[in-house]
Design a protein around this ligand. Structure first.
Ligand SMILES: Nc1ncnc2c1ncn2[C@@H]1O[C@H](COP(=O)(O)OP(=O)(O)OP(=O)(O)O)[C@@H](O)[C@H]1O
Ligand SMILES: [Mg+2]
Length: 303
């Protein structure tokens, strides 16, 4: 039995002629314990896809099931790390995580809850910052708290919506390593949304490109047949890595080319060439705007 299954899912927003169709015919099966990355352009519908799995949005057509049960609302079986840091600003690191633990394990003894919280804080290397408020943390640290909070709920599946996109390249690489290590320790089912094919290949068992929108759909599912633990530096020279990268880029670029609007609009731009003050003006001495007949016109085609 498939663990997570999306069958012919479509989703759009708005009504009438202004309606935008975002996702179309999304079918995806994920087995328990798999790490699947979905890579797509910005604004294509990645968060929409995560929201459908999270139960924060319902599909217009098609079904989303977890363990054969249709997903109709959010639940603690799905831990989410949102794209934007989503911590409560008045609570410190430990309290933010504790809040989630209280919700999911209300019957646990105090000491057990505290140990549990501290375990996950240590897992994301934040023990020295456990009493700090979100405003006192860097972006990378905040995302680690979000990861710890999601894991502390012991969900069946972890949904990561571009958790590292807002970070600088070095912090991003460090956190990628941490996510890889934590996954090796926990073997949770993970859906990672990313805009970076390299990140997806580095971390996942399978990577699936999302076509350019509107009406984005999933492309071929590519198995990342590279043994773990993966070495970031060696990966760059690995022919399997290069080949996967090439396939993903080819699919995404082709899908974007196919989406290009066939009609082009003609725009007439005003002549705004800066004047070279060293050259004599053609109408030297004349004051006032250039006459209509003197305009230079330029036609450009915009796709
Ligand atoms: N609640 C909503 N109501 C109306 N339109 C929405 C809503 N949520 C998303 N959209 C639109 O759907 C499209 C896809 O949005 P979504 O946030 O899923 O994209 P994304 O791939 O996550 O983008 P990004 O890479 O910037 O995070 C966008 O055009 C967006 O404007
Ligand atoms: Mg998004």
């Amino acid at each position: 039995m498939p663990f997570l299954q999306l069958s012919d899912v479509s989703k759009g927003y708005g009504e009438g002629p202004g309606r935008t169709s975002v996702l179309r015919d999304i079918s995806l099966t994920i087995e328990k314990g798999e790490f699947v990355a979905i890579v797509g352009y910005s604004g294509v519908g990645k968060t929409t896809l995560i929201n459908l799995i999270a139960g924060l949005a319902r599909p217009d057509s098609g079904t989303v099931t977890l363990n054969d049960l249709e997903i109709t609302e959010p639940g603690p079986d799905r831990g989410i790390v949102f794209q934007n840091y989503s911590l409560l600003p008045w609570l410190n690191v430990a309290e933010n995580i504790r809040l989630a633990v209280d919700q999911v394990f209300p019957n646990w003894a105090e000491a057990k809850k505290s140990r549990h919280v501290d375990h996950y804080i240590a897992m994301v290397n934040l023990t020295p910052a456990r009493d700090k408020k979100p405003a006192e943390l860097s972006g990378g640290m905040r995302q680690r708290v979000s990861v710890a909070r999601a894991l502390a709920m012991d969900p069946q599946i972890l949904l990561l919506d571009e958790p590292l996109s807002a970070l600088d390249a070095l912090t991003r690489a460090t956190l990628q390593d941490e996510i890889g290590r934590i996954w090796q320790e926990n073997r949770k089912t993970v859906v990672l949304i990313t805009n970076d094919p390299d990140e997806g290949i580095y971390l996942a068992d399978r990577i699936i490109p999302l076509s350019a929108g509107p009406n984005a759909t999933l492309g071929p599912s590519l198995t990342v047949d590279i043994p773990r633990p993966r070495d970031r530096r060696a990966l760059n020279h690995d022919p399997r890595f290069k080949d996967l990268r090439r396939q993903i880029f080819a699919y995404m670029l082709e899908s974007r080319a196919a989406q290009r609007v066939a009609v082009s609009r003609k725009l007439v731009l005003p002549d705004l060439e800066p004047e070279d003050l060293d050259r004599p003006r053609p109408n030297a001495g004349r004051v006032g705007p250039i006459r209509r007949g003197e305009w230079k016109r330029e036609t450009v085609e915009v796709q």
